[in-house]
Design a protein around this ligand. Structure first.
Ligand code: PL4
Length: 401
């Protein structure tokens, strides 16, 4: 018999979202009449809008014709890579710098193959769990200490620092995962903050993995949607992004990663060239049907649908935020992001999660699942049908804090 990968042994049992699903199932089993509403996992609920759907249909139909058939498209359709550069980056990247993926999470999981186990990792605390779990799996972080993983630098993002980390605490030569609009806090970094981040990265030899999965939820025109709006970022940042939340592609699976040609390792080698090699080796490209849908999403009708869909979820976010405010619960987010981050001082997140489930039959996400600084917080997701969100908001009135 061969030994188990010790990195797997290091990982904490139970990934956050399946653990929430387990607790929901357990509650449902003991309360068979309960109509449970989920404001937990950030999973889209609304149908794909007609123009984008038509793109998917046509993509599938083309595959049934001799002229339209296509097979492997390893780095992604050239037309889609060019379109992504044009729509999101004012055309400042060549197609060679844009890699089509089967979703942001999948590339986040693969990205550390570039750097290996020896590269220290820093994260915003709280943050999307895949950043730390992926680091543990590659061996860049050690075991669970009860507070977090050893070897990871957690930079608290709290009300005290307006949910933006103290950059002076960033270790030299590390990989830093940064998410804006942030999951779970909903905070969006402004241009000055991102300029400070890029300056710190350039000074300390850091590579930023910028997760912009929720960029299309930004409504404040002054807030940057991409790290590449910031001068100098091409030398220190990789950006991952996704069609999941703007276009409802959580089940379709399509995303992209931008790796600028200027990005270099300490030895001067090209990160872009290595990413091309890695994706060419362990990834065979996103579905051609999904990419046809992605192209439709980025033409003028598709962009209008993206706006309509994200407006809808932002409408849900407003309802949730208002309901919490009425209860006197302090919360942030929900204005430029689909997440509301609510504070329950002195309480354990999982206890609040259980109380909301018990009294309101509403599933949420406990803040501690996103990192030590998330304890005493609950994340409410705005992804839901309107009637369910309204019902959940009315049930929240059963709580008293
Ligand atoms: C549950 C900051 C959700 N099973 O769909 P993708 O792979 O293009 O994007 C995933 C993703 C990437 N980056 C950020 C995200 O928040 C997400 C999705 N996060 C959530 O509730 O936090 C879905 C989580 C899913 C998962 O584990 O990703």
């Amino acid at each position: 018999m061969i030994n188990r990968n010790p990195c797997i042994a290091n990982i904490k049992a139970g990934y956050l979202f399946p653990e929430i699903a387990r607790r929901r199932r357990e509650y449902a089993a003991s309360h068979p009449d309960a109509k449970i509403i989920s404001l937990g996992v950030g999973n889209t609920t609304e149908p794909i809008l007609p123009h984008i759907d038509q793109g998917l249909i046509e993509g599938a139909r083309k595959l049934a014709t001799v002229e339209g058939y296509s097979g492997y498209q390893d780095e992604g359709l050239l037309e889609l890579r060019e379109k992504i550069s044009a729509v999101f980056y004012n055309g400042k990247f060549t197609a060679d710098e844009v890699f089509i993926s089967d979703g942001a999470k999948c590339d986040i999981g693969r990205i550390q193959l570039l750097f290996g186990a020896g590269t220290p990792v820093a994260v915003q605390d709280p943050s999307y769990p895949v950043y730390v779990d992926g680091s543990v799996l590659i061996g860049a972080a050690g075991g669970w200490t009860g507070e977090g993983y050893s070897g990871i630098t957690y930079l608290p993002c709290t009300a005290e620092n307006s949910y933006f980390p103290d950059l002076s605490k960033l270790p030299e030569n590390c990989l830093f995962y940064f998410c804006s609009p942030n999951n779970p806090t909903g905070a969006v970094a402004n241009s000055e903050q991102l300029a400070a981040l890029v300056a710190a990265a350039l000074k300390k030899g850091i590579i930023i993995v910028f997760d912009a999965a929720y960029a299309e939820y930004i409504r404040d025109a002054a807030l940057p949607k991409t790290i590449f709006d910031i001068e100098g970022s091409r030398k220190c940042a990789i950006e991952v992004n996704s069609f999941s939340k703007p276009a409802g592609f959580t089940g379709v699976r399509l995303g992209w990663t931008v790796v600028p040609l200027e990005l270099k390792y300490a030895g001067g080698e090209s990160v872009n060239k290595d990413w091309n090699r890695i994706t060419g080796t362990i990834f065979n490209g996103a579905s051609n049907i999904a990419q046809a849908g992605g192209l439709a999403a980025l033409d003028s009708d598709g962009l209008k649908e993206i706006r309509r869909l994200s407006d809808f979820y932002l409408g849900n976010a407003k309802l949730i935020r208002n309901a919490l405010n009425t209860l006197g619960v302090l919360c942030v987010g929900g204005d430029n992001s689909p997440y509301i981050w609510a504070r329950f001082p002195g309480r354990d997140s999982w206890d609040v999660f259980a109380e909301i489930l018990e009294k309101c039959q509403v599933v949420t996400t406990p803040g501690s699942g996103f990192g030590p600084a998330g304890n005493s917080f609950i994340r409410f997701s705005a992804f839901g049908h309107r009637a369910d969100v309204e019902e959940a908001c009315s049930r929240l009135g059963r709580l008293s804090f």
